[in-house]
Ligand binder design. Structure first.
Ligand SMILES: *Cc1c(COP(=O)(O)O)cnc(C)c1O
Length: 546
């Protein structure tokens, strides 16, 4: 390899192992998978993150009321190595010490985590790195100052010389301020410093929901010291007023990317009015195959042709994975599912746009299917601790597990392990977000490569590979409406038709076709949605300055 640039990758969350609670959802999964692939291929990437004392909360169900509640505990990770390095960030006029840890694991090379829970910091400063997405407002700015400003200082102290600073979401934006400060300290003008900083910053945006793009009053950034000497006018030039973290990152970066081709269109439309922003290209997310995919399924699919022996082998292997899931479900939820009944998997953050309970829209539809034992559904997912609507959705699903015990299951405390079991052992993977709100979605890729057929709205990554009736199914025909009720009605009807006319008949009456589709699902996704493709695209389209 000739002279790959050294990349410093900043992310609030990393999902490396299920029990290391430094992640909340898709953003962390992407960051973890990316670092693992960089390690597998020896690409010069350094990850910067935060060593969350409690991480993202566990979310359990009060089974009496069906309501989820959040639980936190302090975590200790023996494998974290003390680098001996501490940097300082001034937050609200006081010096906060930030300790730098190295995440030691065989599948990640360079991941450094920042921690304010150290001797010498006062009580509340020690909690800045307490809970991932635990708070908002000032606490969030403090966390982002640790990640961005502390992150650049940590890199310098560790002796890294990155030529690319990659912000995974706007959370890392203050790293850009630190790069500006370094230059302005060398007596460069703001304008010149910005011009040079832009040359080394790239940015990935993930959120097509406008409220999901964080902003802060400019005053807050100033009294907290996040501005690092930039004045009001300069701050406004970067992120607007109020200061929008996504807008700021789009303007600080030389190039930005959205996480699927459809999301590229959505994001460019969404930020059309932002002047002086970087171009947003589309680099579709992907997964680290060794983490998520059953090797044996991959091998069988690779050598697949529609002969009887090969069909049987692929099916047998799938049934083995399905039985493992069934045992897992029994252990976790005390419900014994039937290996001969179509098993629908659905696990998602319970954000309202993901419509986790869409399938329950009409009792007259779902009830006969369950009474005749045609389907069984396993759900999992967490709502953001501060999202009451999301919690209502979960309690609705818990209600359904009571109405249809034995056919509808909810696994509490969604994590990587549940994600992995479900995307291997289900028969189909149901995905019904309100288009175009799902930026990418990687759980469907995990499923697809395990031969678990996607039944999905044409949103996120799915339109890029969906061949209806060949490697999975789409429903809804890419329908979109600003009227949410109308969109929900349309998509529910489409889901109903797809299940009744295609999925269920194929599963029970045309098993050969089903198995051929499984092989097609694996073979059409393994390369384009494997992390190696994404990593190479990052290098060729985002990191190279051509
Ligand atoms: C894969 C995964 C995700 C991301 O999946 P989406 O399709 O974006 O919902 C989130 N959480 C966990 C635990 C996962 O394994």
């Amino acid at each position: 390899m000739i002279n790959l640039p050294t990349v410093a990758y900043f992310s609030m969350e990393y999902a490396i192992e299920s029990d290391v609670k430094l992640y909340a959802g898709g953003l962390g999964i992407l960051a973890g998978d990316y670092l693992k692939e960089a390690c597998d291929n020896n690409y010069p990437v350094v990850g910067i993150g935060i060593k969350w004392k409690q991480g993202y909360g566990e979310q359990l169900i009060d089974w009496k009321t069906g309501m989820p509640y959040d639980a936190y505990k302090n975590r200790h990770y023996e494998f974290m190595e003390d680098t001996g390095i501490t940097v300082t960030v001034k937050i609200c006029q006081r010096d906060v010490k930030v300790k730098v840890w190295k995440y030691n694991a065989q599948n990640v090379n360079n991941l450094y985590l920042l921690d304010t829970d150290v001797e010498g910091n006062d009580g509340d400063a020690r909690w800045i790195t307490g809970q991932l997405y635990g708070w908002f407002g000032e606490e969030r700015v403090a966390q982002e100052m640790v990640l961005g400003i502390g992150g650049v200082r940590a890199l310098r102290a560790l002796g890294f010389h990155p030529t690319v600073f990659h912000f995974n979401e706007g959370h890392a934006l203050f790293a850009g301020f630190e790069l500006l400060r370094e230059r302005m300290e060398q007596r460069l003008s703001f304008k010149k410093a910005w011009e040079m900083t832009r040359k080394e910053v790239v940015f990935t945006t993930h959120t097509p929901v406008i409220q999901g793009n964080e902003s802060h009053p400019i005053e807050r950034l100033i009294y907290m010291g996040a501005n690092l000497g930039l004045n009001k006018r300069q701050l406004k030039a970067i992120g607007g007023d109020p200061f929008n973290m996504t807008v700021g990152a789009l303007r600080l970066a030389r190039k930005s990317n959205a996480v699927s081709q459809l999301h590229m269109k959505t994001a460019n439309k969404m930020w059309k009015r932002v002047k002086g922003r970087s171009e947003i290209i589309g680099i579709t997310n992907a997964i680290h195959i060794p983490t998520w995919v059953d090797k044996e399924m991959l091998r069988l699919a690779e050598n697949y042709s529609s002969g009887e022996t090969q069909r049987n082998m692929l099916w047998e292997r799938h049934m083995q994975n399905k039985k493992e899931l069934i045992e897992f479900v029994e252990k976790r939820a005390g419900v014994r599912l039937d290996p001969n009944v179509l098993l629908i998997g659905f696990s998602r953050r319970a954000a309202p746009y993901k419509r986790s309970n869409l399938i329950f829209t009409e009792k007259s539809f779902i009830e006969p299917l369950i009474k005749e034992n045609k389907i069984q559904i396993v759900f999992s997912g967490k709502a953001h601790p501060l999202d009451d609507k999301g919690k209502e959705i979960i309690s609705d699903i818990v209600e359904m597990t009571k109405r249809y015990p034995g056919n509808v299951v909810f696994l509490e405390n969604y994590d990587m392990e549940i994600g992995k079991m479900l995307t291997r052992g289900a028969d189909i993977w149901l995905n019904n977000p309100r288009r175009p709100k799902e930026a990418s979605g990687t759980s469907g890729m995990k499923a697809a490569m395990n031969g678990v057929l996607n039944v999905s709205i044409l949103d996120g990554w799915w339109p890029e590979v969906c061949n209806h009736g060949v490697n999975g199914w789409q429903f809804g025909n890419a329908y979109q409406s600003d009227n949410e009720a109308k969109a929900d009605e349309h998509d529910f009807k489409a889901l109903k038709n797809c299940l009744m006319n295609e999925v269920i008949p194929t599963y029970y009456n045309n098993r050969n076709k089903w198995i051929d589709m499984m092989a097609a699902s694996i073979n059409t996704t393994r390369v384009p949605f494997g992390m190696k493709r994404m990593l190479d695209e990052y290098y060729s389209r985002l990191y190279s300055d051509k």
